[in-house]
Design a protein around this ligand. Structure first.
Ligand code: H79
Length: 428
């Protein structure tokens, strides 16, 4: 449910996810170790190659800020178990690579300095830890890995390690705004993680911090956050992955539940050297407004290169989104589902009594709004503050229940207007 605790997060609406780790060096997918059944020996050779020569967290933060992103979540540890920070509980960490740097600390410092809220991603799965039960006993894609047969595992030892690492992150790095746990297989959800211990630490060290809902589920499986009686580790927001829910997410009582769609720019979370299937700027903008119009957030992923830079198409996409956000961000920040149903030509969002119309389609006609003309005090194009007249239109006079936004009708309003596509109109 919405609360004071989640207000900054719900007002922010737009964040940056960052997946960077050993897998980035292979340049295929962050699941590459699992997909290719790579041995530890093969995979761990990457540690010696991690130089991060061009990593500059200030550059990342500047790109996120310019794009209009208000928070960012960085992979402190992904499923491969490699720690991007100076954990005292393992040698498998970035400070032991040639880079010799604590990437988490650099990320946090730079993004905080840029005024961006910060979160850390922590994988519940761990393909490196000897006591993590990948193989056989639990439903896991690596269960048939022959390298692991006959090894004694003590799951409690893994849990102690995991809890210890969470404590390190909660206590050594200043205020964290989000911890993003990922994820739980159905057979390995909830009590498996001894979540009360985790919640106690959060309440003690970072009581303001938000967590996702994945100690109980995964992208497709929301856990008890939708229940009338959520568990106390159900999370503060739902986290649909690579999909936008068809309608606002509500709990069993019909109350809106904060949510965040996590979406990749291309087809992978981690850097992929050959994947140039980037979504268009317009599609991302439409998706962001779609999320807001359904009461949710968008966290857009970046997969930095092995050397630590954002790739050219990544930078271009962020820059173009930022250009649009600089003009039109008002339709995103602090906004939510509008009382009006979705119009044919785009989307509405709403903030208090102010309605925002995002015109996403071209039209030969005017754009109808289901608000009577008398109720509209003012309509303004965000692009340049031009006032637009809400009006009836003689050719559409059969449809008296609508007012109309004119964007093509130069004659009617007296001056040329921008291309209607991706135009935002503020309606007061
Ligand atoms: O961190 C990102 C993903 O690596 C992680 N969550 C986001 C935020 C994620 N974990 N699991 N999944 C996403 C979905 C699982 C997909 C899988 Fe597969 C199907 C794992 C194995 C089969 C996709 C396809 C990955 C490898 C092959």
């Amino acid at each position: 449910m919405s609360s004071n605790k989640t207000k900054w997060y719900e007002d922010s609406r737009f964040g940056m996810f960052i997946h960077w780790g050993l897998y980035s060096l292979i340049g295929v997918d962050e699941w590459i170790k699992s997909i290719n059944h790579m041995s530890d020996e093969d995979y761990d050779r990457l540690v010696g190659k991690f130089t991060a020569d061009q990593f500059d967290a200030d550059e990342w933060a500047a790109a996120a800020k310019q794009a209009g992103m208000k928070y960012a979540v960085f992979t402190a540890k992904h499923h491969d178990g490699f720690c991007m920070y100076d954990s005292q509980l393992t040698d498998y960490k970035s400070t032991n690579s040639p880079a010799g740097r604590d990437f988490v600390r650099e990320f946090l410092d730079a993004f905080r300095k840029a005024g961006i809220k910060v979160g850390l991603y922590y994988s519940l799965l761990d393909w490196h830890h000897p006591d993590y039960p990948h193989y056989g006993d639990i439903n896991h894609p690596q269960r048939n890995n022959p390298a692991a047969k006959g090894v004694e595992r003590n799951f409690q030892r893994y849990l102690d390690y995991m809890h210890g690492q969470i404590k390190e992150l909660l206590t050594n790095y200043g205020q964290l705004d989000i911890m993003w746990f990922d994820f739980s297989y159905p057979k390995m959800a909830g009590e498996t993680w001894q979540p009360q211990k985790i919640m106690d630490m959060i309440h003690q060290y970072q009581p303001q911090m938000l967590i996702d809902n994945r100690m109980e589920g995964s992208g497709a499986n929301y856990g008890t956050i939708l229940s009338a009686h959520p568990s106390n580790y159900a999370g503060d927001f739902a986290s649909p992955e690579q999909m936008i829910p068809p309608k606002p997410i509500v709990n069993e009582l019909g109350e809106p539940v904060p949510w965040e769609a996590c979406i990749t720019m291309n087809k992978h979370w981690g850097y992929n050297a050959t994947d140039d299937q980037f979504k268009s700027t317009s599609l991302i903008i439409h998706t962001l407004v779609e999320c807001v119009s359904k009461g949710g957030n968008l966290i857009l992923n970046v997969g930095p290169t092995p050397l630590g830079t954002f790739s050219a198409p990544t930078k271009k996409l962020l820059a173009e989104i930022g250009e649009w956000m600089a003009v039109n961000g008002e339709i995103v920040y602090g906004c939510t589902t509008a009382e009006l149903a979705k119009p044919e030509w785009g989307r509405y969002t709403q903030k208090g009594n102010t309605l925002y119309a995002h015109i996403q389609e071209e039209s030969i006609s005017a754009f109808p709004i289901a608000v009577p003309k008398e109720q509209i005090k003012q309509m303004t194009l965000l692009i340049d503050g031009i006032e637009v007249k809400a009006t009836d239109y003689w050719a559409l006079s059969a449809f008296k229940e609508y007012s109309y936004i004119f964007l093509h009708q130069d004659v009617t309003i007296g001056y040329p207007l921008p291309d209607p596509k991706d135009t935002v109109v503020r309606i007061e």
